[in-house]
Write a protein that binds this ligand. Structure first.
Ligand SMILES: [Zn+2]
Length: 180
């Protein structure tokens, strides 16, 4: 369950260490993958997210990508999940929370994670094009910012990648058919 640590532009932290945490991470990532499935069903790039309150172990926010459906770039899974978690907890600060995402966060979402002061970010697959948790940039651990986020990556990476690959394969077929 380790991501490929080679060829990275920034230093990446180790994958989860203790077994209980690893099991919990897989459990919550399954729910994030279920959310990604909702995006998939809408014909959206399948990305899902959940926010967990560490004190209770409860999921306090869920979200999935709805960018095309809502016709706005801010409808990323993470933004929706963060909004819901803040509403539920009655606070814009999400200290003591962990965010689980099926794909490494983009600059906008990484920014929101830092701004919300989320303790920890767990993601499944890296994003070579927009990843801001260590792949392109690491906004979650930027020296000088007033908050740093702990990062775990590679949890259920194969499942997330398989879903994304299926989506893009089908999209290519659809686009090809439309051309014909
Ligand atoms: Zn995003």
């Amino acid at each position: 369950m380790t991501g490929d640590a080679g060829n990275r532009k920034t230093e990446r932290p180790a994958v989860c260490t203790d077994e209980d945490t690893a099991a919990a991470d897989r459990k919550y990532m399954r729910e994030a993958l279920r959310q990604a499935g909702k995006a998939y069903a809408l014909g959206e790039v399948p990305i899902g997210c959940v926010v967990v309150d560490n004190a209770t172990g409860r999921i306090v926010g869920r979200g999935y990508n709805r960018r095309n459906t809502d016709k706005t770039t801010v409808s990323h899974a993470e933004i929706t999940a963060i909004k819901k978690a803040s509403k539920r907890l009655g606070d814009w600060r999400l200290e003591g929370c962990t965010i689980y995402i099926t794909l490494e966060p983009c600059p906008m979402c990484a920014g929101a994670i830092v701004q919300a002061r989320i303790d920890r970010c767990v993601y499944a697959a890296p994003s070579d094009k927009a990843g801001c948790a260590g792949t392109v940039l690491n906004l979650l651990r930027q020296p000088g910012f007033n908050h740093m986020v702990e990062i775990t990556y590679g949890v259920s990476e194969d499942e997330s990648k398989a879903l994304l690959q299926r989506f893009f394969k089908e999209l290519r077929v659809t686009l090809k058919r439309e051309k014909e």
